[in-house]
Design a protein around this ligand. Structure first.
Ligand code: ZN
Length: 203
């Protein structure tokens, strides 16, 4: 039996071999004119890989798994709205973050979902390389499929670092996108109620 705390000559440094991903990041650092071997950067490729894999983990998550058995039969026919869901995503054009708030509403048709599941659905699609328009559409579409409600409305307000940092637009500009399905699309009153609840100030 070996004593794992006893010294065995050389200390066991468990240096993992560099992944292909890390080699690419190291190469990118060189291309930017940096010295990937300097102290502050030596572990950067490893950190970048870890963080990017985490920030894009939505690829391996499914809406059905996230919602699980949190769908309940319920005879409720009024609007359910969860607003101000925090969202962080990455634009696929520049691989820079965009972030903001998501407002999700639906009108049930015999089935409701646990409220905490709505932010999880947002998360699944936000944690990918995205464009805000598609993210909005995917959240709405996923809820239509899972809940088969009378309708779904999704509004996303986000700030894009690719615009802000590069000085393309005014620093405080926000991009607003919406996706309306079912009664949210067909019925003006429903849509207006949703938008009024999202922004109580705007009439
Ligand atoms: Zn961008």
């Amino acid at each position: 039996m070996t004593d794992i705390l006893a010294p065995h000559g050389e200390p066991t440094v468990t240096a993992e071999p560099e992944t292909e991903f890390q080699a690419l990041v190291r190469r990118m650092l060189s291309e930017l004119g940096e010295d990937p071997q300097r102290n502050g950067l030596i572990k950067t490729p490893e950190r970048v890989e870890k963080s990017l894999r985490w920030l894009t983990r939505g690829y391996s998550l499914s809406v059905r798994d996230a919602i699980g058995d949190a769908v309940f039969e319920e005879d409720h026919h009024n609007m359910v709205l969860v607003k101000d869901i925090e969202m962080y995503s990455m634009c696929e054009h520049h691989m820079l973050p965009f972030f903001g708030k998501v407002h999700v509403a639906y009108i049930p048709n015999g089935r409701i979902v646990g409220l905490s599941k709505l932010p999880r659905v947002v998360e699944i699609f936000a944690r990918r390389l995205q464009v805000q328009e598609r993210l909005t559409e995917q959240v709405a579409q996923a809820l239509m499929e899972v809940l088969q409600p009378q309708g779904v409305g999704v509004v996303i307000e986000a700030a894009h670092l690719c615009m802000m940092m590069r000085g393309v637009e005014k620093q405080n500009s926000k991009t607003v996108t919406s996706a309306m399905k079912g009664v949210f699309l067909d019925d003006l009153g429903t849509r207006e109620e949703f938008l009024r609840l999202v922004h109580p100030g705007n009439g």
